[in-house]
Design a protein around this ligand. Structure first.
Ligand SMILES: Cc1cc2nc3c(=O)[nH]c(=O)nc-3n(C[C@H](O)[C@H](O)[C@H](O)COP(=O)(O)OP(=O)(O)OC[C@H]3O[C@@H](n4cnc5c(N)ncnc54)[C@H](O)[C@@H]3O)c2cc1C
Length: 387
C-alpha cells in the first residue's frame, strides 16, 4: 500500500484498516459467489462505532462530520472490503435528525447509534419513473391516523436487512401540485411490522453482491406519526441526504481506486515477463500513474464537498462533481488494474474482477453521470435545459 501524505483522520483510518484485515478477500469471495449479506462485517463495524459517527453525541453517536465518515468508507474500500452493505446506516438517519419530530429522534436515533435498529433502506427509485423522481407513483392516502401506501419500488438495497426504511411517496398527485416537487412526503416505515402486512420484498440478483430488492406495497398501513417533517415537503428533505450519500459514495470510489492502484503497482513491479518487471515498460507504468493522479484529484473534490457539508453550506454541485470524478477515476483504475494483471485479473482469488464489478455501479447509482452533467450544464453554467 503506498503512503499518502497529509490524509485526514489518520487514527480512524488505521483502526478501520486493522478491522478490515480480519475480512480478507476470501471472506468476500465466498459471500459474492452466493450473494450472501456480510453480516459479520457489518456487525463488527457497528460494534466498533464506525456506522454511528454522524449521529450527535446526545443521541449516542460520536458526533463527527462527513469528513470522518468519508475516511472510514475510503479505508474500507481501499482494504478490498465493501461498505455498500451498510453505508446507508451512516447517512439515512440524517433525514430524521434534520426533519424528524423530537419524539422520532428520541425513539430512533439512540437505537440506530447502538445498532439495535438498522436504518439501511432508502426507498426512492421506481420502475416507471427512473431518475425523474417527481414522477414517482407510490401513493400514501391519508386515512384518519394512518397513511395507506400502494405502489412499487425497484433497486431498494438492504431492505431485507433493515428494521426501518425511509420511504418517498406521493401524498398529492403531481397534476394537483403547483410544482412537480411538491406533494411528495417522507415516511419512516417499520419493516418488522410491514413485511407480510402490505409489503412484499423480492430480491433482485445483480452483477454484484449488493442485497438489492424490489418492493411491492399493497395497502400497507403506516401510522401518521411516521411522517417525517411536513406532508408534501419530502422532496427537499431528501436532497440534503442525497448530498451526503453522493459524497460518501465518492469516498468509496476513492478507496476502490486506491485499492486498484496499490494492487496494479505491486503486481507490475513483481511480475517479470521478457526478463524484466512489466512495470519497467512505460506502457504498463503510465496508465497506473495516470490512475493515481486522477484519484488524487478526485479525492480533493470529495474533501471539498465533505467540508462544505460539515460547514452547513449548500454543496449539491460539489457532491455531484465529487461523485462523478471519483466514480470515473475508480473505473479507469479498475480497467488498468485488470489489464496489468493480464489473465490473473480474471481469477476470482485476486479480487480484481470482483472489485471491478463493484466499482462500475457508481457511474449509475445513486445518480447517473448524465444527470450530473445536466445539473452542472444547466444550474451552474446556465445553459438551456433539455428536460
Ligand atoms: C445495485 C443498485 C442499487 C441501488 N440502490 C438503490 C437504493 O437503495 N434506493 C433507491 O432508491 N435506488 C437505488 N438504486 C437505483 C439507482 O439510483 C438508479 O438506478 C439510478 O438513479 C438510475 O436510475 P434508472 O435506473 O431508473 O435509470 P433511468 O432513469 O432509466 O436512466 C437510464 C439511463 O439514461 C440516462 N438518462 C435518463 N434521462 C436522461 C436525460 N434526460 N438526459 C441524458 N441521459 C438520461 C441515465 O443517465 C441512465 O444512464 C440502485 C440501483 C442499483 C443498480
Amino acid at each position: 500500500m503506498i503512503e499518502i501524505s497529509g490524509q485526514s483522520y489518520p487514527e480512524i483510518r488505521e483502526s478501520v484498516r486493522k478491522l478490515c484485515a480480519d475480512f480478507p478477500g476470501s471472506y468476500w469471495q465466498d459471500l459474492d459467489r452466493d450473494r450472501v449479506y456480510p453480516t459479520e462485517f457489518v456487525q463488527t463495524l457497528t460494534r466498533e462505532g464506525f456506522l454511528s459517527v454522524l449521529i450527535p453525541e446526545e443521541f449516542g453517536g460520536s458526533g463527527l462530520g462527513l469528513g470522518a465518515a468519508t475516511a472510514i468508507l475510503e479505508e474500507i474500500h481501499r482494504s478490498g472490503c465493501n461498505g455498500g452493505a451498510c453505508h446507508a446506516q451512516m447517512y439515512t438517519m440524517g433525514t430524521v435528525l434534520k426533519h424528524g419530530t423530537p419524539e422520532q429522534k428520541a425513539d430512533y436515533l439512540p437505537k440506530i447509534a447502538s445498532g439495535e435498529i438498522r436504518l439501511q433502506a432508502f426507498g426512492v427509485t421506481e420502475p416507471t419513473s427512473g431518475t425523474d423522481t417527481t414522477r414517482i407513483r407510490t401513493f400514501a392516502r391519508r386515512d384518519d391516523d394512518n397513511f395507506v401506501v400502494s405502489g412499487q419500488k425497484i433497486w431498494i438495497s438492504r431492505a431485507e436487512h433493515s428494521d426501518l426504511m425511509v420511504l418517498l411517496v406521493r401524498t398529492t398527485p403531481r397534476e394537483e401540485c403547483v410544482k412537480p416537487t411538491d406533494g411528495i412526503s417522507v415516511l419512516l416505515v417499520d419493516m418488522r411490522k410491514a413485511i407480510g402486512n402490505g409489503l412484499t420484498i423480492r430480491p433482485v440478483r445483480t452483477m454484484l453482491n449488493h442485497a438489492t430488492t424490489e418492493l411491492f406495497f399493497d395497502d400497507l398501513v403506516v401510522p401518521a406519526s411516521c411522517l417525517v417533517g411536513e406532508e408534501g415537503k419530502g422532496f427537499r428533505y431528501i436532497l440534503d441526504g442525497m448530498n451526503a450519500e453522493r459524497t460518501l459514495i465518492a469516498a468509496e470510489c476513492i478507496g476502490d481506486g486506491r485499492f486498484f492502484v496499490d494492487r496494479a503497482s505491486a503486481y507490475a513491479t513483481e511480475r517479470s515477463v521478457f526478463g524484466k518487471p512489466i512495470a519497467e515498460n512505460q506502457a504498463v507504468q503510465f496508465p497506473i500513474a495516470r490512475a493515481h493522479i486522477q484519484i488524487t484529484a478526485a479525492a480533493e473534490m470529495v474533501h471539498k464537498a465533505a467540508t462544505m457539508f460539515d460547514d452547513g453550506q449548500p454543496c449539491g454541485t460539489e457532491a455531484n462533481m465529487a461523485k462523478m470524478l471519483a466514480s470515473e477515476a475508480s473505473w479507469y483504475a479498475a480497467d488498468q488494474c485488470l489489464q496489468t494483471h493480464g489473465g490473473f485479473g480474471f481469477a476470482e482469488e485476486y479480487d480484481i474482477e470482483r472489485k471491478f464489478r463493484e466499482t462500475r455501479l457508481y457511474q449509475v447509482a445513486p445518480i447517473s453521470t448524465n444527470l450530473i452533467l445536466s445539473h452542472v450544464g444547466t444550474h451552474v453554467l446556465k445553459m438551456p435545459k433539455s428536460f
